[in-house]
Design a binder for this molecule. Structure first.
Ligand SMILES: Cc1cc2nc3c(=O)[nH]c(=O)nc-3n(C[C@H](O)[C@H](O)[C@H](O)COP(=O)(O)OP(=O)(O)OC[C@H]3O[C@@H](n4cnc5c(N)ncnc54)[C@H](O)[C@@H]3O)c2cc1C
Length: 504
């Protein structure tokens, strides 16, 4: 087997790679696999795709992972939440021979898509089925970007599972893999079908409302108020399960405040981002993205969850609050580019030592944004040029906001605290030096980007069980152990392994 690094020009077809391999092998190719593909655009006059491939003149077998099976009687494992953490936890438990019961407060992903569309059309919010809640979790209506800052050995397994359950094959090898919202929903439905086929359970419209502990050990869960005996409970409830956090805190679960980031969504024309990143030939290349950080202000400002050719999506899960996020379909062919542009929030901003003070801080910004835009889940918008000089906006330029519930002009100061707005101003100007046109007068700022990560952490030990409660496993983003689809899925797998290990 030979490992090679090969390059292709943007106009060359991927099929040319096999020919290049044959040249190097001096023999016909029988085994060929792309391991990685990324775009090298550092030199705008010499943009190229760089591939890492393995090839051989023999038929090679890709080794399949082997999972240890449990030997003891089947434990009753409940997973609260069918987001990436809960779903990948369920898959890994099944691989070890444990059939979990997944409980999800929201609806199946197909029904949920209808609820999300109805909210965008009518402004009537279903607090248990929306962009944050329902099968697939917060990630289901996302761009499905599967890049991660973590270098977890589990990343390979997760990407392979995405492809196995219906994501495009390139997700397995692209440097910046992206599933797209439509494909992501298909993957989620396929994972559910697999869980059911393998003897697991998935219950929708079923919320974890309480749990029972005797002698420091979990004995039962309460689902929509009804008691069921349990050996283990995985808390994969996501960062927006504010009512669940209150129940857990009330039961004495050890929880602490966690800092996060907050700000706005910024929208530009996708063509402007393409020209700035790739130069004149941008149209022949994939829609350009960016990732920016500025340390010019007192607080760091950074872009996050950049969605090329995407839209800003209304992401509220609580009545009377406006929340933004971003998504795109697989083609990324929308007119605008959007990204979260956020500032580090510090504990001192919360104004209290209460473990859930960060939730109250988020809620305050979300309600202020709702009020600033005049209700109906319209979002407040301001042009970058006006924001930078402290003026109100009255008309749009070339960039039109994509937020589907409609917008109203209102200054960023109406919903973000001064420490955040000041840093945001300095950060935007600094970023303009790194990406031409970032501070374009008519770029649009839409608020408020408040749910970037969890405002709490539920403490757990090295065995991944909640501090002082055997059998309860805080997991994923909501409990403070992940920040994105990949890291949430990886944490789900880690928790599954910790549970299974007890029964090997
Ligand atoms: C619009 C949008 C776009 C995003 N884009 C990306 C992206 O491109 N790439 C990326 O990496 N990340 C993205 N994210 C973030 C990503 O979706 C989250 O980091 C990830 O989903 C967290 O996974 P999780 O399983 O920990 O929690 P979640 O996905 O939040 O899942 C938690 C689940 O628990 C359920 N639940 C809550 N309380 C209870 C209860 N008491 N009982 C039963 N069920 C309960 C919820 O309904 C939900 O389905 C995006 C988020 C949003 C909102």
């Amino acid at each position: 087997m030979m490992k090679l690094t090969l390059t292709l020009r943007p106009y060359e077809k991927q099929a040319a790679l096999r020919k290049l391999c044959e040249k190097r092998l001096h023999a016909p190719v029988r085994y060929f696999r792309i391991l990685k593909k990324s775009l090298d655009a550092r030199d705008k006059s010499d943009i190229k795709w760089v591939y890492s491939v393995e090839c051989s003149s023999r038929n090679e077998e890709i080794p399949k992972p082997v999972y240890t099976q449990i030997v003891a009687p089947m434990p009753k494992v409940y997973i609260a939440g069918a987001g990436p953490a809960g779903l990948f936890c369920a898959l890994r438990l099944l691989f070890h021979g444990i059939r979990p019961i997944v409980v999800e407060r929201g609806r199946p992903v197909e029904r949920r898509a209808e609820d999300v569309a109805a909210f965008q059309r009518t402004g009537v919010l279903d607090p248990s089925s929306n962009v944050q809640f329902g099968e697939g979790g917060a990630g289901a209506f996302s761009d499905g970007k599967l890049n991660t800052q973590t270098n977890s050995p589990l990343n390979r397994e997760i990407l392979d599972l995405f492809v196995r359950f219906g994501a495009p094959e390139e997700v397995g090898y692209l440097g910046k893999p992206h599933v797209g919202s439509s494909n992501l929903r298909k993957v989620v439905a396929n994972i559910r079908a697999y869980i059911l086929e393998q003897g697991g359970e998935v219950r929708f419209g079923t919320a974890l409302t309480d749990y029972e502990v005797k002698n420091g050990k979990l004995t039962a869960v309460f689902l929509n108020g009804v008691r069921e005996e349990a050996d283990a409970l995985v808390l994969a409830v996501g960062h927006s399960a504010r009512d669940t956090f209150e129940v857990l805190l009330g039961k004495g679960m050890r929880m602490e405040q966690k800092e996060f980031a907050a700000g706005v969504r910024i929208e530009h024309l996708q063509a402007a981002i393409g020209k700035a990143q790739y130069g004149a030939g941008y149209a022949a290349l994939p829609p350009a993205d960016y990732k920016l950080v500025s340390h010019a202000a007192e607080r760091s400002v950074f872009s996050f969850c950049m969605c090329p050719g995407g839209v800003v999506i209304p992401s509220a899960s609580e009545e009377g609050g406006v929340v933004t996020n971003g998504m795109s379909e697989f083609a990324r062919d929308g007119v605008n580019a959007n990204a979260a542009l956020v500032v580090q929030v510090k504990r001192e901003d919360f104004g209290s030592d209460h473990p859930l003070a960060g939730v109250a801080f988020q809620r305050k910004m979300e309600r202020a944004a709702f009020a600033a835009a005049g209700g109906g889940y319209r979002a407040p918008v301001q042009l970058v040029g006006d924001f930078l000089v402290g003026k109100e906006s009255y008309y749009f330029g070339e960039v039109r906001p994509t937020y589907a519930r409609g917008t109203a002009f209102a200054p960023v100061e109406a919903y973000l605290p001064p420490a955040l707005t000041e840093s945001l101003r300095t950060g935007i100007l600094d970023m303009n030096g790194k990406l031409e046109g970032f501070a374009a007068y008519d770029a649009v700022l839409t608020g408020v980007e408040s749910r970037t990560s969890s405002p709490v952490r539920i403490l757990r030990g090295d065995d991944l069980q909640a501090a002082g409660i055997a059998g309860v496993y805080p997991c994923g983003e909501g409990c403070g152990y992940a920040g994105g689809i990949m890291s949430a899925a990886a944490d789900g797998i880690r928790v599954a392994y910790a549970i299974a290990q007890k029964y090997f």
